[in-house]
Every structure is written in structure tokens, then in C-alpha cells.
Design a protein around this ligand. Sequence first.
Ligand SMILES: Cc1cc2nc3c(=O)[nH]c(=O)nc-3n(C[C@H](O)[C@H](O)[C@H](O)COP(=O)(O)OP(=O)(O)OC[C@H]3O[C@@H](n4cnc5c(N)ncnc54)[C@H](O)[C@@H]3O)c2cc1C
Length: 380
Amino acid sequence: MTDPRPLARPRAVILGGGFAGVAAARELRFSGADVLLIDRRNHHIFQPLLYQVATAVLAPADIAAPLRQLAEQQDNLSVMLGEVSAVDRQARTLTVAPAGIAPRTIPYDYLVVATGVQSSYFGHEEFAPHAPSLKTLADAEAIRARILSAYERAEQSDDMSERLRAMTFVLVGAGPTGVELAASMAQMARETLRRDFRRIDPAETRIFLVEAGPRALASFDESLARKSAARLEELGVQVRTGTRVDTIDANGVLAGGERIDAATVLWTAGVQASPLVAMLGTKTDRAGRACVAPGLHLPEDDRVFVVGDAASVETDGQRVPAVAQAAIQQGRHAGRAIANGINQSRMQPPPFRYNDRGNMAVVGRNSLCCNVVAGAPAAP
Ligand SMILES: Cc1cc2nc3c(=O)[nH]c(=O)nc-3n(C[C@H](O)[C@H](O)[C@H](O)COP(=O)(O)OP(=O)(O)OC[C@H]3O[C@@H](n4cnc5c(N)ncnc54)[C@H](O)[C@@H]3O)c2cc1C
């Protein structure tokens, strides 16, 4: 079914209600366009705090906000809950399956693709059932259930080797997500759960953080990354760098030739762009991200923008990192470029410039690892 609405005003369609999509929608507030924001979920999530939901520090509702609230605040914005399954750039339409009804075709004048990334098992899809990743609220809740039920199993087991296996956790990938999650799990074991069991001592929990690269937090300054690794060791996390995971099964991992029996293995390693990017028929990088023009639109189509984690962007010869502040700045840039295009004040989108305000990883309570960029205003 084709959307019957006559297009009286230009329509900007935004795919994805994450940091980039929401920023683009807000920037289009006074643009004179009708704005349609489509997401497969009805809420925006603050992904940087997902690890706190996974370790029961925060409740899911603490990091989620309904997307419909945006429509309440912005008259020219509509929100649609649905899975986008195809984009036809020639016809300037997309196909979306709104919740529970037949797929429909929606025309657009301008398109912003902000569908982010998904986990990548680097071609080892067989790892996925044994090593869930952390990307959505449902993932965080499932991980939390796995962690807590591992302790319940340990408490009930009379078999010492089974108990040890239940209280052993392996995280694969020591980027910010792996580091923050490992530190939070260590604190959960040593503080939050300390008095909750009678037959086991949660402080005896073993947490391994396994990284194929030479160091944890590769995107951070080397001395900060070293301090973070030392802080993790203080918390009782065993950091294994330069260690590639060869196999993951229901009983644990084989990493760097060492077998680690663990009831819980979590995947905090690679990502790849949302499959929607491939449907745009544009050049992509190795992770499937769109190689956009300096203005963040496709090189072959200045009415289609790709922003946030789904885009591969360089400014001043540096790759823009896949972090929330970059996604927000890119979303705003695309929104502004579309508004300017509609108002004819500027035909060609200007190049995007990234204002890097630094990086931050939380290594347990009371410990931060920050890359502050000289001259940048303090991060909020
Ligand atoms: C666990 C974790 C921890 C992180 N920690 C930090 C941190 O500490 N600091 C930091 O700056 N960054 C952090 N990041 C990265 C940051 O969250 C991302 O850079 C940011 O979310 C990217 O925003 P985005 O809008 O591009 O994509 P996303 O926020 O991922 O949003 C994409 C949206 O698109 C929707 N979508 C995807 N495909 C479709 C489809 N086919 N149809 C409809 N909707 C679709 C999704 O539902 C989602 O809402 C973290 C990420 C994760 C996963």
C-alpha cells in the first residue's frame, strides 16, 4: 500500500530514533518540512548506560524515553513505529512495516539514515547464542538475568567445579563497553551481592576481559588505558590482551590456547552497520558504514544523508569516532543542511566539522578514564 497523504510540503523522513536521528528531527523544527521519524522501537535509549542496566544498577526505564514525546514537543514531527526494510533511491520511497499492519511505501523528499550499528561476530555467527552482546534494552535485561541466575546456580550446586564455572564470567572485547561492564560486574560481585548468599562468596567471582589487540581501550590515550587496566586488576578483573578467542561454546571459551570454563560469556567486541545502509547502493567501508561526502550526504545523492554510527566520516584527515557526541553533531548538521536546502539559502551542504569534546569510560565507581581534548569545552 502506498502512503495516501498528498505531499503539500516537502517531507523529510528520518530512519532511526537514536542520538543522530533525534538530533536531526529537532534541527528540522522550523524548516517548513513535514518530518517523519521511523524506528522499530518506540523509545530512544541512552546506550552509554546500558551496562548499568545489565548489572542491575539502573532500571530499564531510567535510560529510555518514549519517542512519541518528541511529537508532543514539535508540531511538524510525526513518529512511526515500524521496521524499515527497503529504500528505493530512484523512486525516492522506502518500505516500512508499521507495527502489526501490512508493509507500506512512503515517499520522501529528503532522507536521513540514522540506523546505527549492530553487533558483529566477525563471521563467527556460531558464537552468538553463547555470547550475547549489549546493544538494546532487551539485551541488557537478558544479560542481567544471565548474571543473576549464574549466582543462583552456584549457590545451589554441590559440585565445586560447576560452582566455579557458574561464578566465572568472560567478556570478549576490551573497548569502552567491555571495560565499563567488567568493572561494574566486579563491583556487583564484591559489594552489591556481598551479603546476599549463604553457600557462596560472590567476592570469589572470576571475571576475564579478553582482547585480541595489544591493549584495552585502544581509542584512548595509552597512559590512560594503562591506568584503566590497572584499576580493573584492582577490582579483580583479569585482563588478557593480545589474546584471540578461538571458540565459544556453552561451557566457556578457548582463548589464546587457554580453556576458560565459564557459564557466562558476553560479546563486547565488533560492530557492523545496520543492513539498511547496504540498500542505499553507495560505497561502504569494511564495517558496512556509508562512505559519505563531506556534507554527510551520499556522494551520488545530496537528498540522502547518513549520520551517526551508520556513517564513515573523516574530518581533518581523522576518522570521526562512533560515539554519542559525534552522532548528535552529525544529526544536527544533516537537519540544518536539509532546512537550508528547503529554504534555498544554500544549495550544497557545507562540510561537517567534528568538535571533539573528549572520551570518557567509567572504570567502576569513583574511577573515570577521560581523554580530554585541549581547548574543548568540558563535556556535560
Ligand atoms: C553498550 C554501549 C555503550 C556505549 N557507550 C558509549 C559511551 O560511553 N559514550 C559514547 O559517547 N558513546 C557510547 N556508545 C556509542 C553510542 O551509543 C553510539 O555512538 C550512538 O548511540 C550512535 O547513535 P546513532 O543515532 O547513530 O545510532 P543508535 O543510537 O544505535 O540508533 C539507531 C536507531 O535506529 C533504529 N533502527 C535500526 N535499524 C532500523 C530499521 N531497519 N528500521 C527501523 N529502525 C531501525 C534502532 O532501533 C535505533 O533506535 C555506546 C554504545 C553501546 C552499544
